[in-house]
Ligand binder design. Structure first.
Ligand SMILES: *[C@@H]1O[C@H](CO)[C@@H](O)[C@H](O)[C@H]1NC(C)=O
Ligand SMILES: *[C@@H]1O[C@H](CO)[C@@H](O)[C@H](O)[C@H]1NC(C)=O
Ligand SMILES: *[C@@H]1O[C@H](CO)[C@@H](O)[C@H](O)[C@H]1NC(C)=O
Ligand SMILES: *[C@@H]1O[C@H](CO)[C@@H](O)[C@H](O)[C@H]1NC(C)=O
Ligand SMILES: *[C@@H]1O[C@H](CO)[C@@H](O)[C@H](O)[C@H]1NC(C)=O
Ligand SMILES: *[C@@H]1O[C@H](CO)[C@@H](O)[C@H](O)[C@H]1NC(C)=O
Ligand SMILES: *[C@@H]1O[C@H](CO)[C@@H](O)[C@H](O)[C@H]1NC(C)=O
Ligand SMILES: CC(=O)N[C@H]1CO[C@H](CO)[C@@H](O)[C@@H]1O
Length: 828
């Protein structure tokens, strides 16, 4: 009984710790060097290293006292009272329990300590792998903490202090070696010039140079989740103080959606900002800038912290961000990173390469957007500048004999046990919590959710209820076996990454498309859950309806309404189906635009389709268009960790080029893809056709070229060119051009696209059947330089496909080739 009580108390202590601090470091060494006693700084205890003095050579390692010359206002002033002094190279050795990044913080206060004058000490500090400080001479009589993010992949960290020069001494006042959350620094960032992706940040040593809370107070380690210090920007004020003002927010900071967590920076950083003041005179446009002295010829990681605490509505705030003279983020719209929520932190990482950092100062500026009608405004909440691979970053020659002097810091056993238990419990509790959230997100509607949504919907014809009583849309495996003749290969109407799609018929003769997932793919399971969850909430005339699903025996089967006339793509090219008229094409475009508009705006949170293409627009027996395949859709950021796989899953030729710059899909990415679909509808050719001459391979590129020249009519599908009224074509072409704008903010919303297409239809209707147009139109047909070469790809599946065969989908065939082309063109 007593044992249970004790473990209960430990458990409670541990739980309390878990609730109050989001992050518990696996390794957490805090050492007060040269001190005879432990020192408590707020809730952290710096352990005295004096108990290890017996392992030191008496003449080479000394404890030293100073008598109160430490500035009293310094955080952790007590740590600077004592120092350990080294006359020969000496090492501390730390046992590392968790590999990966660690903060190494070194406290220095060069002063006179009794018989030791440390004011002109010069020394080198290194780990077994890298030099942290090379010939370092801390500024006399000033307390400083040097902070590094060191990647440790062995079981010990040896920290060596070596005096350099004649009669020099090395010393240190305190040391921290503390684990860093894995997600704090990602492996990738954006290179400033030329803009491209930087990879391999995880392996690099980082040295903190500046960490600034813009427009806010100084933040000390006791107020930071990772015990960091944030300076005010008073030390590096904006060039023109009259143009910026601090802004303080009293509401709650929302950490869901922007990618930043409570560890990224504390609330105080995000709740305060330096704000560019909107000037009253319309032509007054100024930058708000900061200058940071840095060492020339080093590479820097520059992290901007943003949180839109100033706007009244998402999308109101647009501004430019500069590093030196490079415009690194034109017309930055923070809401595009936060699912359009305000007060949501976002951070952006940039790497300034050594070759671009030849000056001795770094200029950071926030400036007004150049877009007409946007008020001059802009904010910056925080900024971190870290040197990549500091101290020369040079590898260290093995220390050899130095190792003999190593002081092994045996941690207090009990503390370690408690820490391990705490971490383990935290992990277990967290996992459990995640699991609960996860299952909550999709289980309940298997019983109730569907029935409430189904009322009045065109597919709730009672089939499912008859079959399955209480379970609503949950169908039994046996029923589906029967419906598809035991998944007869002859009934396959499509194959995709998820699995195969079969044509089937339920007992009441309802025709269905049965999409059977390949249970082996873990990815598939996530998409399955995503798709059920989404489709259960979404009901729209222009979205393909889900009739039911089956998760029996680990199956992942989705049952959709059967779309009699197959995909839009199959009607445009690659089959011998009769050509659709211009009116039919416009109506199909309008229908699918309505479906997408609903996805973007019909729910509290916008839903991004992510894979808009003609193969995912299906037609029912009346040629009514419905948007299909939400397997890739997403509402929140949780699926967004798979940028790379997303890029591969989205279809090339349709993919938003801005996605490569920003690494994030938005509604405007769908608008871009839809613009490509509009071109496809107009020209009736594949979006990527490698058999064509180089400048014609990519439909979007080719279409934009002709549209800009005002000669779009020359690439219109020759089968219908004679029947399109020029005004209608003009409107259609303008709509395409807007959708394909380079930057997402310049693209229209789906609602605007819809309106424009309806207008194009009206312009066409207004003159339907007028003979006077025919002559001029025949001329157009003759000019049309279309190249017909689809025979190699005519492997189209029969009508009714809910998903296209990868082989059939040209845009997928030449994926790697096109991908490298896109990357290259982006790099320029
Ligand atoms: C530091 O100073 C205190 C009193 O001023 C003294 O008791 C102690 O021995 C000194 N420690 C060292 C290492 O000199
Ligand atoms: C050390 O001192 C000697 C003589 O005092 C001098 O010759 C030598 O250059 C000095 N070395 C360094 C590294 O300063
Ligand atoms: C600072 O801004 C004011 C306008 O508010 C302008 O008149 C002044 O010239 C600016 N000063 C500098 C140094 O740019
Ligand atoms: C701008 O206008 C506001 C209110 O109209 C006024 O309070 C403020 O002083 C003006 N600022 C400048 C720089 O003229
Ligand atoms: C930086 O590198 C450039 C080119 O190599 C060189 O001219 C310059 O002197 C260097 N600056 C410093 C401070 O080392
Ligand atoms: C930063 O700005 C200052 C002042 O405008 C300028 O003198 C300096 O050249 C700039 N530095 C860089 C690297 O652009
Ligand atoms: C802001 O700074 C950038 C980079 O130095 C410069 O190109 C731009 O013209 C400046 N904008 C304004 C409004 O001064
Ligand atoms: C701004 C802020 O949060 N300040 C707090 C820092 O921590 C001390 C004590 O830990 C609090 O008293 C402050 O309010």
């Amino acid at each position: 009984m007593k044992g249970t009580g004790v473990s209960c108390i430990i458990f409670m202590l541990v739980s309390i710790r878990c609730i109050h601090c989001a992050f518990t470091p696996a390794d957490n060494y805090l050492i007060d060097c040269g001190s005879l006693t432990d020192t408590t700084i707020y809730d952290r205890i710096f352990v005295s290293d004096v108990s290890f003095s017996s392992t030191l050579t008496p003449s080479s390692n000394n404890l030293a006292n100073t008598s109160g010359s430490v500035p009293p206002s310094t955080y952790g002033a007590a740590l600077y009272q004592n120092a350990r002094v080294f006359t020969v190279p000496s090492s501390y050795s730390f046992q590392i329990t968790a590999h990966g990044r660690h903060f190494v913080r070194l406290y220095f206060f060069p002063s006179v300590y009794g018989s030791f004058d440390l004011t002109s000490s010069t020394f080198t500090v290194s780990t077994q792998d890298v030099v942290l400080l090379d010939h370092f001479q801390p500024q006399a009589n000033s307390a400083a903490v040097e902070e590094f993010l060191v990647n440790i992949n062995s079981n010990t960290l040896a920290l060596t202090f070596a005096p350099t020069g004649n009669n020099s001494l090395a010393f240190v006042n305190a040391i921290e070696v503390v684990s860093v959350p894995e997600t704090l620094i990602a492996d990738t960032a954006t290179v400033v010039d030329p803009p491209r992706s930087y990879q391999g940040l995880s392996d690099q040593l980082l040295e903190k140079i500046y960490r600034v809370n813009m427009g806010g107070p100084q933040i000390f380690p006791n107020n930071d989740t990772l015990w960091r210090t944030w300076d005010t920007d008073q030390k590096s004020p904006p060039f023109n103080n009259s143009l910026s003002a601090p802004f303080i927010f009293s509401g709650r900071i929302n950490y869901n959606g922007g990618g930043a967590t409570q560890e990224t920076a504390p609330d105080t950083v995000y709740a305060t900002a330096a704000r560019l003041l909107a000037s009253n005179t319309s032509n007054a446009r100024f930058n708000m800038s900061w200058r940071f002295p840095v060492d020339a010829n080093s590479s820097y990681l520059i992290r901007f912290h943003f949180c839109d605490i100033v706007s009244d509505a998402a999308g109101d705030l647009l501004f430019n961000v500069y590093i030196n003279s490079w415009l690194v983020a034109p017309n930055l719209d923070l809401s595009s990173y936060t699912d359009r929520q305000l007060a949501t932190p976002v951070y952006r990482d940039y790497v300034l390469e050594a070759s671009d950092a030849s000056g001795t100062q770094l200029n950071i500026s926030i400036g007004p957007s150049d877009i007409n009608g946007v008020l001059p405004d802009g904010i910056l909440n925080g900024l971190e500048i870290m040197r990549i691979g500091s101290g020369g970053g040079s590898p260290v020659t093995p220390p050899g004999s130095k190792k003999n002097l190593a002081i092994i810091l045996a941690p207090v056993l009990g503390a370690v046990v408690v820490a391990i238990v705490a971490v383990a419990l935290c992990v277990v509790l967290r996992k459990r919590k995640l699991k609960e959230q996860y299952s909550k997100s999709w289980v309940p509607f298997s019983i109730n959710g569907f029935t409430s949504h189904s009322a009045g919907s065109q597919t709730s014809n009672g089939t499912a209820v008859t079959l399955n009583g209480n379970f609503g849309y949950r169908l039994s495996f046996a029923i589906l076996q029967e419906a598809t003749n035991n998944f007869d290969e002859n009934r396959v109407i499509g194959v995709g990454g998820f699995g195969k799609v079969y044509k089937g018929a339920l007992r009441d003769d309802t025709k269905v498309a049965v999409k059977r997932g390949n249970p082996k793919s873990q990815q598939g399971i996530n998409e399955f859950h995503t798709e059920i969850e989404l489709l259960s909430r979404l009901r729209h005339r222009h979205l393909v309806s889900l009739i039911g699903y089956c998760d029996e025996k680990n199956e992942m089967i989705l049952v959709y309404e059967y779309m009699e006339k197959g995909s839009l793509k199959s009607h445009l090219y690659g089959s011998d189906m009769p050509a659709l008229s211009w009116q039919q094409r416009l109506e199909i475009c309008i229908g699918s635009a309505r479906g997408l508009h609903y996805l973007h705006t019909g729910q509290a949170k916008a839903i991004i389709h992510r894979d808009v293409k003609s193969a995912n627009i299906l037609l029912d027996e009346n040629l009514l268009a419905k948007v299909a395949d939400f397997g890739l859709s997403k509402t929140g950021p949780e699926l967004d960790q798979t940028h790379v796989s997303t890029a591969v899953k989205g279809s090339f030729g349709y993919l938003d080029p801005e996605y490569f710059r920003r690494q994030q899909l938005t509604e405007k990415s769908d608008v871009y893809s839809f613009g490509v679909v509009l071109l496809e509808v107009l020209c009736a050719r594949p979006v990527i056709d490698p058999t064509l001459p180089r400048e014609m391979v990519n439909l979007a590129e080719m279409g934009m070229k002709w549209q800009r020249r005002g000669e779009l009519e020359r690439i219109v599908d020759s089968r219908i060119a004679g029947s399109i009224r020029p005004e209608s074509l003009k409107k259609f072409g303008e709509t395409i051009e807007k959708c394909l704008a380079d930057s997402g903010v310049e693209r229209p919303s789906m609602g605007d696209v819809l309106w424009n297409l309806e207008y194009a239809l009206q312009l066409h209707d207004a003159d339907a059947g007028t003979i006077s147009e025919v002559n001029s139109i025949n001329q157009i047909t003759e000019l049309s330089p279309r190249v017909q070469n689809f025979s190699a790809y005519e492997n189209a599946p029969p009508a009714g496909e809910a998903e296209t065969s990868l082989l059939n989908d040209l845009s997928d065939v030449s994926m790697s080739k096109v991908f490298s082309q896109l990357i290259k063109s982006e790099g320029r």
